[in-house]
Design a protein around this ligand. Structure first.
Ligand code: CO
Length: 151
């Protein structure tokens, strides 16, 4: 008999549930140019979207249950522009889908996890998102991402 708590029991105790890798964010200098090798793999753009708040233009490439999001800065002082300057092109963040980003933030903050966003904000595709600090996640910029029924 398996006495380990089920994922369902755990999520009830936590007040939220993690769902899947929602997307990987990949920082690129030139969105159109960066798409070519992905198109060779058979991936294509579902939509382009500019998120002015974050100074970023995104191309969303669906991939199974998940997606890749290519990120091009729209201004030199945006977080993605600063990332490109410091680290060059590459994986910028990992986004974990959750069913309740506010509960997840409260839970993490109460346990001393360093957050970038203490409250959810609106991201690409109308999702509610929040970033955890890479210092707390061993060098990974982790995004929590909650999608509504139409995103
Ligand atoms: Co993202």
């Amino acid at each position: 008999m398996d006495m380990a708590p089920s994922l369902h029991d755990l999520s009830e105790a936590l007040g939220f549930e993690v769902l899947k890798i929602d997307h990987l964010g990949i920082a690129v200098r030139d969105l159109e140019g960066a798409l070519a090798p992905y198109r060779l793999l058979g991936l294509d753009v579902h939509e382009f979207e500019t998120v002015e708040d974050q100074g970023v233009r995104t191309a969303v490439l669906p991939l199974g249950e998940s997606r890749l999001e290519l990120l091009e800065p729209t201004r030199p002082d945006s977080p993605v522009a600063r990332f490109l300057e410091k680290r060059g092109e590459g994986i910028h963040h990992v986004a974990i889908g959750v069913d309740d980003v506010s509960s997840a933030l409260l839970h993490l903050e109460s346990r001393g996890v360093e957050l970038i966003d203490r409250a959810p904000r609106r991201g690409a595709g109308g999702a509610m998102i929040a970033f955890l600090h890479p210092r707390a996640m061993h060098g990974v910029l982790l995004e929590l991402c909650q999608r509504g029924p139409h995103s």
